[in-house]
Write a protein that binds this ligand. Structure first.
Ligand code: HEC
Length: 203
């Protein structure tokens, strides 16, 4: 006997159950409520949390902090930055990679009494720069040495430690603490040193 509503459905088909089909099953109401509550709480939290806060609360580490220590100049001396790299990037354009400078224009740092002398004086030279006449290894120079106070304590300590141990130079490493102390001691200075005679350890 065939189904009058569906003549194609023959007797054999009628005996079978309908194929199951996938219905729509709504999310349970408590899950919907929960997700809604979470979304509202999230929005509220973002709304009430002050933005643009004090950035000093953030990650204070600098690139130097993250770099592994670099051994320099034997005797187990270690600095946090690669002074050679800083010298190559910032100083070698004038003082040359050989450290010999350019005769009559840029004084040598290799063999220089300023480089191997009092570390405080050397630090001050780098922090403030020099204009006017300075005598290096018996020759007089009258150029302009820029101030490098934009470099960090670690970077300055690193480059000084490097130039004090490279070539045939032999002088003790300079620590970031020394740079920090000299930076503080000379913070009143706004002008570069006016030649070699003006350079002192304190000011
Ligand atoms: C733009 C060129 C220039 C650059 C770059 C430069 N210097 Fe100098 N530097 C000079 C000049 C010029 C003098 C001599 C200043 C004078 O005649 O008054 C000098 C002097 C010095 C002196 C004292 C004299 C000596 O030769 O020992 C030191 C130390 C020194 N520089 C180290 C550095 C270091 C370290 C850097 C890199 C961080 C650097 N300089 C980058 C031009 C430069």
């Amino acid at each position: 006997m065939s189904d009058p509503k569906n003549p194609k459905k023959n007797a054999a088909l009628q005996r079978e159950n309908e194929d199951p089909d996938e219905g729509i099953r709504p999310l349970p109401w408590f899950l919907v409520m929960f997700l809604g509550a979470m979304a509202m709480w999230g929005g509220f939290y973002i709304y009430v949390t002050p933005s643009g806060g004090d950035s000093s609360y953030g990650d204070q580490r600098t690139v130097e902090t993250l770099r592994p220590p670099v051994p320099v100049g034997g005797a187990g001396a270690v600095v946090k930055v690669d002074g050679k790299q800083i010298f190559g990037g910032k100083c070698a354009s004038c003082h040359q990679a050989t450290g010999l400078g350019v005769a009559g224009v840029f004084p040598p740092v290799a063999g220089s009494e300023w480089v191997m002398g009092d570390e405080k004086i050397l630090t001050n030279i780098l922090l403030h720069g020099i204009v006017g006449e300075i005598e290096v290894k018996g020759n007089k120079y009258k150029g302009v040495m820029p101030a490098w106070n934009a470099l960090s304590d670690d970077e300055l300590a690193g480059v000084m430690t490097y130039i004090r141990a490279e070539w045939d130079n032999k002088a003790a490493p300079v620590t970031a603490e020394t740079v920090k102390a000299q930076r503080e001691l000379t913070k009143g200075r706004t002008q570069p040193y006016n030649g070699g005679a003006d350079i002192a350890a304190g000011t």
